[in-house]
Design a protein around this ligand. Structure first.
Ligand code: ATP
Length: 209
């Protein structure tokens, strides 16, 4: 079983890393693949380049074999649509189960994703609870999710795609926005992200106004 965790990682922080490790352990798989996007299609452009975000991600997971980096979106031109990424994984891995880990806030915006209706046929959704983001209760997305929900992670191994499971990962009210804001204000975001990442940001004066 493969699990990817896509994001802008602008910059990576402990709210990405600890939940990703929780998911890896809950699924009992060797690693989760962190997948930085090149051009996020559904939000403002990142403040640093894709190469700089990748470098920070590499520093963050350097000594953690359970978190690997998948660079496929960085090598693709145009908007980094998740559906394209999932189709490339499906081509490479046939019927092997593929999980897409995403935070609850990202799930709530799923209907805005390019070809979102095609995504359940390509992967399972592993939804990480996030402070401040409740499970969607009404509408097309809520209906679609409720019919696919499972509570036992072993169900994910029995079919290639199509299930939705919620995980109560470690709750960390940290966001990249908070870190960017602190840095822009000349304040310290220490203890919200790995020291190696922060040291590099400071060295290069990234995110400073
Ligand atoms: P920004 O503040 O710039 O919007 P972010 O902190 O939400 O960034 P992203 O890189 O946009 O980080 O998020 C990538 C993925 O990680 C998304 O699926 C998001 O829901 C999830 N995620 C980010 N922070 C957390 C967190 N603290 N807890 C759980 N999931 C998170």
């Amino acid at each position: 079983m493969i699990c990817i965790f896509g994001g802008t990682f602008d910059p990576v922080h402990f709210g990405h890393l600890r939940p990703a490790l929780d998911v890896q352990q809950a699924l009992g798989i060797a690693c989760v693949h962190l997948l930085p996007c090149r051009v996020p299609p559904h939000r403002a452009a990142p403040l640093v380049t894709a190469e700089q975000r990748l470098e920070l991600l590499q520093l963050a997971v350097a000594d953690e074999p359970a978190l690997e980096i998948d660079e496929r979106e960085l090598h693709r031109d145009g908007p980094s649509y998740m559906v394209d990424t999932l189709e490339s994984l499906r081509t490479a891995h046939g019927d092997e189960p593929v999980c897409l880990a995403l935070g609850m806030d990202a799930l709530r915006g799923l209907e805005r994703w390019h070809r979102w209706q095609d995504i359940p046929a390509l992967c399972h959704l592993v939804v990480m609870h996030r402070p401040g983001s409740p499970w969607p209760q009404q509408g097309t997305l809520a209906d679609r999710l409720s019919s696919a929900c499972v509570t036992d992670a072993s169900a994910l191994e029995k079919q290639p795609a199509g299930c939705v499971i919620g995980f109560p990962v470690t709750q960390m009210a940290v966001s990249s926005t908070q870190i960017r804001d602190l840095l822009a204000a000349g304040q310290s975001p220490r203890y919200l992200l790995p020291d190696a990442v922060l040291n590099r940001i400071r060295q290069e004066k990234w995110y400073a106004n």
